[in-house]
Design a protein around this ligand. Sequence first.
Ligand SMILES: [Zn+2]
Length: 185
Amino acid sequence: MCKLCKEKPVYEFTNQRKLCKRCFINYFYKKVLYTVRKFNMISREDIIGYRKSSDVKAVVLEEMLVFLSKKSNFKITKLPDKKANKIAEDSSLDSESEEIIKSLISGKESDLKKYLPVEKNAIKPLYLFLDEEISLFARLKGLKFKLKEKKRSKIQDFENEFEKNHPEVKRAIVNSLLKLYNKKE
Ligand SMILES: [Zn+2]
């Protein structure tokens, strides 16, 4: 049952905490607010650009930017628009942890900085979410999106296999990078 309200759960975290639909949606909004504040992603004068697409992560990113811009009073704009001074990207724990491993395996440590939550003018509001959480949020909110069948890489297969016995491995990889750059979650 949902940890907070005893309703039927829609999601279970690796620590077995379960949430119902309403509490999961609430958790998602709160976490995106936390992420944006924690990593100082946006200030009031910013104009945040984003790429419009029907991909589930892009659709959820747009939904979150609309929510955040109403709450914190900054502007958002679809790319390409020259007015944007920052670009929001739809990277998640899955995509970032995969890129971090790839950089380490290929000895490109100098690339690692690219996978921080804020890098130059790029910001990543979905940085602390798993892909499965992002898809579930889109479904629960009834957002319109297309599921693209992406070819999974060997590293993703490895991570997913590893995660069966070591839950939270993606989070651990990203946390190590944050620690390395003193931006611990
Ligand atoms: Zn609940």
